[in-house]
Each structure stands twice: as C-alpha cells, then as structure tokens.
Ligand binder design. Structure first.
Ligand code: 6PG
Length: 231
C-alpha cells in the first residue's frame, strides 16, 4: 500500500533527510548491513547535503551501508551529469566514516551492455532501501514511457535511451523495483502535481506513466504538489 507524507517546501530537504536517516538506522539495527540505492536528478541534492551535514547527529553507521544507484547517465563519473558525481559531491565526500561499499554504475564504458551486466552482478537480491524520483513524463529511475525496459522480467539492469540528454542511460528494471523492501519516492514542486497524481491513481498504463509501477512506496512530497482525491 502506498503512503504519502507531505512536508512544507522550506522543511522538505531536512524532513526527508531525517526520514531517510531514521529508516537506514532502523534497518542497520535489525541486520548487519543495509543496501541503499540512491536516486539521481536534482530533487535529492539538498536532501543528500542535509544527510551529510547532520551525519554526526544522525548516527548512520555508514560502515554497514552498501550504496548503489537506481540508474546512471552514460558519462564519466566526474561529468556534471553523473548521478555518482552528484552523490560524491553532496554526500560521500562530506562523510567522515565512508559507506562500506559504493557500487557505481560504470556509465563511462563504451559498451553499455557490458556495464549493465557488470552492475547486475553486484546487485543484492533485494534493496533494503530504494530511493527514486519521478520525471515530468512519469519516468522513474531511467524507465521512460513506452520503453522496452518497462516490460523486462529477467534482466535486472539494462542500457536504455532517454528522451532528454544525456540520451544514453543504464537503469534498474521493474523486477528490481518490485523486489525492494522499502521504496521512498522524492518529489517536489507544483510541476510534478499531475504526474504524481497519475502515478498514484494507477489509471494510466505503465507505458504512459512508468511510475505507476510504484505500488508499495512511500511518497515524500512537498506541499506544492497538490494531491487530488484519488478516486
Ligand atoms: C535521473 C534520475 C531520474 C530522476 C527524475 C526526477 O537520473 O535523472 O534517476 O529518474 O529521479 O528525472 O529528476 P528531478 O529530481 O531532477 O526532477
């Protein structure tokens, strides 16, 4: 069952950072490791920054946390469009205790299929925590409308094309999303109102709105996103 939590615009980054930190801490108390897949894009930037700024206070045992990525752009890890670079700048570089492992998708490789296969090999059976965003077209990770990846049932990581640059991406597929133990969807801003409502109402097909796939997710939204009554 989906859950929705709405924070004020001003407190969104801090509240979302606390929510994520609390969840990671809870998981780390129940087992000796925690696999966390990070979302890319702009929305998580400030959230990761707050997690890093408060790392002394939020007691995340980073040496028990294995970091993964839900998707990556096919660019070098120091490229401005790299999801890894964003997380490195906003989070990893600021942490005194580093995560136990950071599994980066090698988007810089020329052969995207090889990069996808290599990444698939290091994926855990299930993510303990999967962070995702949602694009204005309803994509999540790099699962874009009408893409073959949306109907993949075997491969867990695939190269794909994005309608927006960087056009080449590598993404986890629906089986990985469906198997995640906890999914948090981060979305802010009035522009996401329609697509968030579409994803929640489940009236569009997965090809029309890939985020429809997010069944048992917790949506962390700011108050600029107006949820209409979901019939
Ligand atoms: C990416 C993300 C993508 C992102 C959405 C929302 O690589 O861009 O994985 O799925 O989460 O596009 O992006 P914003 O947070 O920038 O709106």
């Amino acid at each position: 069952m989906s859950k929705t939590i709405i924070f004020s615009v001003d407190s969104y980054a801090t509240e979302t950072a606390h929510y994520i930190a609390d969840m990671i801490n809870k998981i780390c108390k129940s087992k000796d490791s925690c696999s966390v897949a990070l979302a890319g894009g702009q929305t998580p930037k400030r959230v990761y920054q707050v997690i890093a700024e408060e790392s002394a206070k939020n007691y995340i045992p980073w040496d028990k946390v294995d970091i993964f990525f839900g998707d990556e752009r096919c660019v070098p890890p120091n490229h401005q469009d790299s999801n890894y670079r964003m997380a490195e700048l906003k989070l990893f570089s600021k942490l005194k205790t580093k995560p136990r492992n950071i599994f980066r998708i090698a988007g810089e490789k020329n052969n995207f299929s090889v990069a996808a296969k290599e990444y698939e090999k290091v994926l855990p059976e299930q993510f303990d925590l999967l962070l995702l965003g949602i694009g204005n077209d309803g994509h999540t990770a790099s699962l874009f409308p009408n893409a073959d990846t949306l109907h993949e049932t075997k491969m867990r990581v695939m190269p794909t094309k994005s309608p927006l640059p960087p056009f080449s991406r590598i993404t986890i597929t629906p089986p990985v999303i469906k198997s995640a133990k906890n999914i948090l969807v981060l979305a802010t801003g009035n522009k996401k109102t329609e697509v968030v409502n579409n994803a929640m109402k489940k009236q569009l097909s997965i090809d029309e709105c890939p985020a429809t796939i997010l069944l048992n997710a917790t949506w962390l939204l700011d108050e600029d996103i107006k949820l209409n009554q979901i019939k």
